[in-house]
Ligand binder design. Structure first.
Ligand SMILES: C[C@](O)(CO)[C@H](O)COP(=O)(O)OP(=O)(O)OC[C@H]1O[C@@H](n2ccc(N)nc2=O)[C@H](O)[C@@H]1O
Ligand SMILES: Nc1ncnc2c1ncn2[C@@H]1O[C@H](COP(=O)(O)OP(=O)(O)OP(=O)(O)O)[C@@H](O)[C@H]1O
Length: 257
């Protein structure tokens, strides 16, 4: 076999509320949904480079690429180092970066899943999740490959949510949102915590019902801090559109109730 390929999907946060602080991080209560129409493609292709390599257009250096971080966490397993001496990782990017669509996190998770399979590591989803949290808060969601899930903790608790597949449109303004900065401004100027009662209620509701009952500010606790840092974002906050993660993307769900 010369090449294997998998899709690496984007996500949106149907709602995103903060429930607590955990040291420098924030615990969230969120519904994550995969966007079927937006994905990168990751392939393992034969190579004679004799060292781990990534082929693709990235704004970051190799050492900070989430796929490289995932490789470093798997290289101690039998056969992984040898496999990537003879194969390069090719990533065709479609998911915009710094967009709140989880592109880097998704790529890392797809890499973990593909390497687990091709190198026959036999790691369970829960074991892969323990590795995923070391790469980033959004990586565990993508490891489970659910179309829709409730995500809590700082991203490590992922529970499947059964609902119809959502038809989602996204727009990504040309604004690079810095996730760390937005959480910092949230903590300093906008801090609030969702109550357990309100969180339990949202976690039981279907995504389209949640969006029907909340406006853009109510659905995402990071929208106001994000617009305070990047005021131009407000030009995109039209009725019917919602804000994903720490931005800059907005999304709309086309399914009808
Ligand atoms: C906002 C979301 O996109 C929602 O899906 C994620 O929670 C962000 O996840 P991510 O981009 O993978 O974020 P990371 O790369 O892990 O963290 C970047 C920075 O954001 C802040 N951060 C991130 C996640 C979180 N739950 N609380 C935080 O306070 C931290 O300062 C951290 O240093
Ligand atoms: N495989 C990758 N794909 C895209 N960006 C990557 C990757 N690896 C590292 N990065 C770097 O990660 C940062 C942002 O990544 P990403 O595009 O996943 O952020 P995001 O859209 O803000 O995601 P999130 O929804 O998790 O906040 C940029 O600095 C980018 O260069």
């Amino acid at each position: 076999m010369n090449e294997i390929s998998e899709k690496s999907y984007a996500k949106v946060n149907i709602f995103l509320k903060i429930s607590n602080k955990r040291e420098e991080y924030h615990e969230l209560v969120s519904r994550f949904v995969r966007v079927h129409s937006l994905f990168d493609t990751i392939s393992f292709v034969k190579s004679s480079r004799k060292a781990f390599s990534i082929i693709g257009n990235f704004s970051c250096k190799m050492e900070t690429n989430t796929v490289y971080k995932a490789y470093k966490l798997l290289e101690k397993y039998d056969g992984v180092d040898e496999f990537f001496k003879n194969h390069s990782v090719k990533i065709e990017k479609n998911i915009p970066e710094f967009a709140g669509l989880g592109g880097g996190s998704s790529n890392a998770a797809t890499f973990l899943i593909m390497t687990n399979k091709i190198c026959k590591l036999n790691l369970s989803k829960d074991q892969l999740c323990n590795i995923a949290v070391k790469i980033g808060a959004d990586v565990p969601f993508f490891v489970y490959e659910y179309d829709s899930a409730n995500v809590t903790g700082i991203g490590e608790i992922v529970e499947k949510f059964d609902e119809e597949i959502l038809n989602i449109d996204t727009i990504t303004p040309n604004i690079k949102c810095n996730t760390g900065e937005i959480f910092k401004v949230f903590r300093e100027n906008f801090y609030k915590q969702i109550s357990k009662k309100e969180a339990d209620k949202l976690l039981k509701m279907k995504s389209i019902e949640i969006l029907d009952s909340l406006n853009i500010k109510e659905a995402n606790d990071l929208y106001e801090p994000a617009t305070s840092v990047y005021p131009k974002l407000e030009e995109y906050g039209q009725i019917g559109w919602y804000f994903s993660g720490s931005g800059s993307s907005f999304f709309k769900v086309n399914n009808v109730k």
